[in-house]
Design a protein around this ligand. Structure first.
Ligand code: UD2
Length: 319
């Protein structure tokens, strides 16, 4: 049994990690400001975790949260490319200053390892698929720059202070508990809820942009592997976490429409500013160094996710 701090532990990804760790008997502390996280995500394990409400930009609160911890899973962030384009400052502060505070807190508290939620947006629109970690980053949006800056900080803390850090570049994660009704929601959650309500989703651009959509279960397993991987193989390194398959939005819309019995076409709108056109990961580095193997494929992930939203939003109108 070990002590874990999960930043952003009330959010989509953080809450899945919290549940997994509690289930296997580890001790979990969650730090969340509840700006995008939800208390209900932690309700079933609420009495078994140490829940702290604080902002990542509160350095004292972050240091205090790191004290006594073996591992930090740093998931807390203000996500979304379009949010960062519209309002770069809040996401800059949370994603860069907040990450710095986590590293400083972890260093001062003597934490053994920090695992960081990095983003596939680091690759931008450069040529060459699949994306390999050795490619030079070409971030397009403020969000991509922020998440990449976090990676560079993680690596510097390993090199300079010997704090073990592992960066996991998540590729478009989806699954249960992803917020579906914010203007900044990920496409999968947004489309599922709209289609359940009988509303036609809007595809930005021609819908032929591709993503390496990755079910949340794979991210949970990647984090647990990253915590325990041999330091000589994992510390100071960056790993793609994905399925290694590309699916277009048009294809994804079609599969969701079939699963949900939705019979209308999507609406097509202008391309989104700062959008990456295509995304596809090479996952061999994570496989070799961490033993990472995707647990849940794309279509099975879609089925599980649709099932969850149906249960959660039961009673919403379906066409
Ligand atoms: C980026 C990162 C991802 C993660 C995420 C966090 C890339 C390739 N991926 O995801 O790894 O860090 O940011 O927020 O950079 N779309 C529509 N209609 C909608 C909503 C979205 O067509 O109503 C499109 C959008 O233009 C994009 C795709 O769906 O082409 C995926 O958008 P998203 O916001 O779900 O995720 P994305 O790719 O910005």
């Amino acid at each position: 049994m070990a002590n874990y701090l999960i930043t952003g532990g009330a959010g989509f990804i953080g809450s899945h990690l919290a549940h997994a760790l509690v289930e296997r008997g580890d001790s979990v502390r969650v730090l969340d400001n509840f700006e995008t996280g939800l208390e209900k995500n932690l309700a079933p394990i609420r009495d078994r975790i140490d829940l702290r409400r604080a902002d990542l930009i509160d350095a004292a609160a972050v240091l205090s949260a790191c004290e006594g911890m073996d591992y930090v899973l740093h998931q807390g962030a203000l996500p979304s490319v379009p949010r960062s384009v519209k309002q770069p400052r809040p996401s800059h502060e949370t994603n860069i200053d907040g990450t710095f505070n986590v590293l400083e807190g972890a260093r001062q508290a003597g934490v053994k390892r920090v695992v960081y939620a990095a983003s596939s947006s680091a690759y931008g629109n450069q040529p060459g698929f699949p994306r390999v970690e050795t490619m030079a980053p070409q971030p397009l949006s403020p969000y991509a720059v922020q998440k990449l800056t976090g990676e560079l900080y993680m690596q510097a803390y390993w090199r300079v202070y010997g704090l073990e850090t592992v960066c996991l570049r998540y590729f478009n994660i989806f699954g249960a508990r992803q917020v579906p009704d914010s203007p900044y929601s990920g496409v999968m959650a947004r489309f599922i809820l709209m289609m359940m309500r009988g509303e036609r989703p809007t595809i930005f651009g021609d819908g032929e942009q591709g993503r390496d959509f990755t079910h949340i279960e794979n991210v949970v397993s990647a984090n647990l592997l990253a915590v325990h991987a041999t330091a000589t193989l994992a510390a100071g390194r960056v790993f793609n976490i994905a399925c290694g398959q590309r699916h277009t939005l048009n294809e994804t819309f079609g599969l969701l429409a079939t699963l949900l019995g939705f019979e209308h076409p999507p609406i097509y709108g202008p391309e989104r500013e700062g959008d990456v056109r295509d995304s596809l990961a090479d996952i061999s580095a994570a496989s070799q160094a961490l033993g990472y193997v995707p647990q849940v494929g794309f279509e099975e992930g879609l089925r599980r996710t649709v099932r969850w939203y149906r249960d959660e939003f039961a009673g919403q109108k379906e066409e």
